[in-house]
Write a protein that binds this ligand. Structure first.
Ligand SMILES: NC(=O)c1ccc[n+]([C@@H]2O[C@H](COP(=O)([O-])OP(=O)(O)OC[C@H]3O[C@@H](n4cnc5c(N)ncnc54)[C@H](O)[C@@H]3O)[C@@H](O)[C@H]2O)c1
Ligand SMILES: [Zn+2]
Length: 743
């Protein structure tokens, strides 16, 4: 059955949301939702796509590894892709997976051990190996003749960032492979010619807590979990600034070239043992198992132990042990088929909810924040939890005075899971929410669950259709069951719509000066509050006037000459960060760091961007219509224009370097052509090809329209190809492209 309009819409919404959360998680290192919630949304989209394959788009978050390369680093293609891992939170699903894949293996390796008997010197084909899943950042290390030559991040899975210089500071990673002293000379394995090791770089709990304590003191935003702080610190351009004390554990293989392998290219456990011999840290707690029951025992056993470890683990990775089996099973676009992660349920604790306070965020969103009696949970003492929104409070009926169950899913900010009703004291009051912004008094706007709103829209359209039909036939319209009326329980957010709201302004400033935007270190959260309270910061442009207000600043508490010098210098430096980072800092809805970069590079300066029409913005690769519209609105409304003027006056650099374009010499077949790329190309990375075509004078855009001149379609091209064909656009395959490109 084809997908209904509502399902199509839902799939689109889910894709947008998941893209946004991926960006928040990987690029900005500042997730808004827990992993569990993220995984539930992803699962919903997967199920929709499975049921209606026509909903599947090549860029769907179900098909791609979530990360993206970091700006300012050299991006390098992976020799072997670095993929994500499918996960489950249920024992039943884990069992089913082991059985199902086990059967498949049985077909391919019929005489070969395991469930199906056999007698090779290899272990059974269905043998499993289990390793704890440390919550860190994936890293690929390349050793040539035993010397570390390259360290790459996972990036988008096909290409990552070269962070070798930062890795040199990590003591846990050997710069040279050397058999560990404990290994008998006779058992020493030769150093491979090339060895690529994949592993996890992570921040031990103690280091994480130290870092966050320091950040709190400095008034900087806290890292949500050790994984975010690791990702954050590895992005430093200056190795001296990389946080000390990172650790590493090896858990996978990339390229392997070696004369003698000593069996380490045959099974994962032997591979790990060899790595250990060579001086690379590997898991102590791994186990080889033969059956699903054995595997589960280890999963359960480790759940006890993991809380005593000095680093955060969030699951267990279950792999088929033999590499020939892994190779036979192969991979999907996003994850291997020979591996699954079982994720542990988050730890929970009970405590009493003392107060609820409404905070105004940088977009004007009002968020209820709970203060609770302090309770120890998953390694830290917790006093605050996010309650998300009023609808959520109503749905869970969360009242002040209640005993609540809280959890830290993925170590993010704690969440209130439910109320312990048996412990509810008498006379509690149902939750309430402010009708006006607690900061500026503007009446709030209420947002309802988009899925429910759509339900109502679909209903209204159906009713109209039936009415029209009935009129024609002069009959009574058919009755259509109306959906549940929208009510307070459907509320998903409240907003203060006042663009001048001082609370929003402060939050926007905090964002503007953040690490990935203007990066003004000396202007921390506390300083911003102080300056704003003193009336020295009332609009964005004021930041760049602060050097003229030296005396006023010095008069404030805890301000010394040195500090003011730093502040003024920091602000001066920030003027040169370029358009992409300015845009990213302006809190334009849906326009984050990566989107800003695309816009800035495509147009080169702010005036060209303002002059662009909506269609041009939408046509950019990797830009969705919602994002384009949002930027367009910002650039063309009064507030946005005002902000841009202020920045211009302050002398902020509003230009961005563009990829070089050679003047079309006329003899290039691509000169002046509008080209769209789709599908998988064998000989090119998408972005490299794009850059290449652009230097040949082509304009490469993201969506096919009647103005498109050529669609270059690789393997498994989807909807763009169909559309191009229906519009009669010229379609080239990769062979044609190769012929037409100059040497
Ligand atoms: N909260 C959010 O907004 C948000 C957004 C995006 C992703 N996420 C979360 O991130 C996860 C998806 O991220 P992902 O694609 O990086 O997957 P993942 O981190 O869950 O699993 C894949 C990674 O596990 C690591 N790993 C650790 N131990 C390993 C071992 N022993 N063997 C093999 N690999 C091991 C590898 O580095 C690999 O890259 C999901 O759990 C999702 O919930 C959350
Ligand atoms: Zn307000």
């Amino acid at each position: 059955m084809p997908a209904t309009a509502a399902q199509q819409q839902r799939a689109a919404t889910l894709r947008d949301e998941l893209h946004r959360h991926n960006r928040l998680y990987y690029t900005d290192a500042a997730p808004e939702i827990s992993d569990r919630e993220f995984d539930e949304l992803l699962r919903e989209l997967q199920d929709l796509e499975a049921e209606h394959p026509e909903l599947l788009t090549p860029d769907s978050p179900t098909q791609r590894v979530g990360g993206a390369p970091i700006e300012g680093f050299v991006t390098v293609a992976h020799t072997v892709p670095m993929l994500s891992i499918d996960n489950t939170y249920s024992k039943e699903e884990l069992d089913t997976w082991i059985t199902r894949v086990g059967k498949e293996i049985g077909k391919d390796f019929p005489d070969d051990g395991g469930l199906f008997g056999g007698d090779s010197d290899q272990p059974p084909a269905t043998q499993l190996i289990l390793e704890p899943k440390i919550d860190g950042v994936a890293l690929s290390l390349r050793y040539e003749n035993g010397v570390l030559t390259q360290a790459l991040t996972r990036g988008d899975g096909t290409k990552g960032d070269d962070i070798t210089h930062n890795i040199n500071t990590v003591n846990a990673i050997p710069l040279r492979l050397e058999p560990s002293p404990g290994v008998r000379a006779s058992a020493r394995m030769p150093i491979p010619d090339v060895l690529e090791v994949r592993g996890e770089i992570y921040m031990p709990n103690a280091v994480f807590e130290r870092v966050n304590a320091q950040r709190e003191q400095d008034g900087l935003e806290l890292f949500a979990n050790p994984r975010n702080s690791t990702a954050g610190t590895l992005k430093q351009k200056d190795p001296a600034k990389v946080i000390r004390g990172l650790a590493f554990i090896a858990h996978g293989r990339g390229v392997l070239e070696s004369e003698t392998t000593d069996g380490f290219d045959q099974t994962h456990d032997r591979f790990l043992a060899s790595l250990k011999q060579l001086g690379l840290p590997t898991h102590e707690d791994f186990r080889v198992c033969e059956t699903a029951d054995e595997a589960w025992d280890f999963v359960a056993e480790f759940d006890e132990k993991r809380h005593t470890l000095p680093y955060a683990t969030d699951g267990m990775v279950i792999k088929f042990n033999r590499y020939d089996v892994q190779d036979k099973l192969g991979t999907r676009s996003k994850s291997p088929r020979w591996c699954i992660a079982y994720k542990y349920a988050a730890e929970q604790a009970q405590t009493v909810l003392e107060t609820v306070e409404w905070q105004v965020g940088k977009t004007g969103k009002l968020t209820p924040r709970a203060t609770m009696s302090p309770v120890f949970l998953a390694g830290t003492t917790v006093t605050h939890a996010s309650l998300h929104n009023f609808g959520e409070m109503l749905r869970k009926d969360i009242r002040v005075g209640d005993t609540v169950v809280i959890e830290k899913a993925g170590e993010i900010i704690p969440q209130v899971v439910r109320v312990v009703l048996e412990k509810r004291p008498k006379n509690t009051q149902p939750p309430t929410a402010p009708d006006r912004c607690p900061e500026c008094g503007t009446p709030v706007q209420i947002e309802m669950d988009s899925r429910r709103v759509q339900e109502h829209e679909v209903y209204a359209r159906k009713v109209e259709r039936e009415k029209a039909k009935a009129e024609k036939l002069a009959a009574k319209p058919k009755h259509i069951e109306p959906p549940e009326p929208l009510g307070p329980l459907d509320e998903t957010a409240r907003y203060c719509p006042n663009p001048e709201c001082p609370a929003q302004f402060r939050e926007r400033l905090i964002h503007f000066v953040g690490r990935n935007q203007m990066d003004i270190d000396a202007l921390g959260e506390k300083t911003i509050h102080q300056l704003a309270d003193a009336g020295l910061l009332t609009n964005l442009g004021d930041i760049f006037q602060l050097h003229e207000k030296r005396e006023d600043i010095l008069a404030l508490e805890r301000m010394a000459e040195k500090k003011v010098d730093n502040l003024v210098q920091g602000i001066e430096d920030a003027k040169g960060r370029g358009l992409a980072r300015v845009l990213a800092g302006l809190t334009i809805r849906h326009v984050g760091n990566s989107g800003s970069r695309v816009f800035a590079r495509a147009f080169g300066n702010v005036d060209a961007l303002v002059a662009a029409d909506l269609e041009q913005l939408e046509a950019l690769e990797d830009v969705g219509p919602i994002t384009a519209q949002s930027l367009y609105d910002f650039l063309h409304n009064e507030t946005g224009q005002h902000v841009i003027d202020e920045l211009k006056q302050a002398g902020v650099d509003l230009t961005e370097e563009q990829p070089a374009v050679v003047e079309s010499s006329g003899d290039s077949p691509f000169a002046g052509k509008k080209i769209v790329l789709t599908g998988t190309l064998e000989h090119f990375k998408r972005n490299d090809l794009k850059a290449k075509l652009e230097t040949l004078g082509a304009k490469v855009s993201g969506s096919v329209s009647k103005n498109t001149d050529i669609l270059i379609a690789g393997e498994s091209a989807g909807s763009k190809l169909t559309k191009a064909e229906s519009l009669g656009v010229e379609v080239w395959n990769e062979a044609q492209l190769l012929k037409s490109l100059p040497e």
